[in-house]
Design a binder for this molecule. Structure first.
Ligand SMILES: [Fe+2]
Length: 149
């Protein structure tokens, strides 16, 4: 059984967590620094969410045993994206911007933990090696297409 997909997702989680840590620490930093970190966050998190939503969660949704976990993960992405969009439209120098970063960090930390505890476990249990390989291929090609657009 290959776990390449889960290794990749884990690495992406670490990267996003590190950017969110830096962003939270930089809330009193310069606007340029915050802007750059926020752009890094969007660049990494948006395709990650999208790839999981398009390929991993639908596969898990089809299995009775993992359906509920997949549905919850969809909703956690939805909630995190709402805050991410609000950050986009809130002026970066406002106190509310920093408060929203802090809320987003808590949401994403919680989501990644649940995902690694439940979704990864579901994938190991209920998806076949072929399914995992297909998801990995689709995930990577979607990401590279998004990178070019
Ligand atoms: Fe996720």
């Amino acid at each position: 059984m290959t776990y390449e997909l889960l290794d990749l997702l884990h690495q992406e989680h670490l990267k996003v967590k590190s950017t969110l840590d830096q962003l939270k620490m930089a809330t009193h930093g310069s606007p340029q620094q915050k802007e750059e970190l926020f752009n890094n966050l969007k660049r990494d998190l948006t395709p990650h969410f999208r790839g999981e939503e398009q390929f991993l969660y639908p596969a898990l949704q089809q299995k009775v045993e993992s359906r509920q976990d997949a549905l919850e993960s969809f909703e956690e992405h939805h909630a995190a994206k709402l805050v991410l969009n609000e950050l986009d439209t809130t002026p970066i120098g406002e106190e509310r911007w920093a408060a929203k970063v802090s809320v987003l960090k808590d949401m994403v930390d919680h989501h990644f933990k649940e995902e690694e505890d439940k979704i990864f476990e579901d994938a190991r249990k209920y998806l076949t090696e072929d399914q995992m390989r297909d998801i990995m291929q689709n995930y990577q090609s979607e990401k590279s297409q998004m990178g070019r657009s």
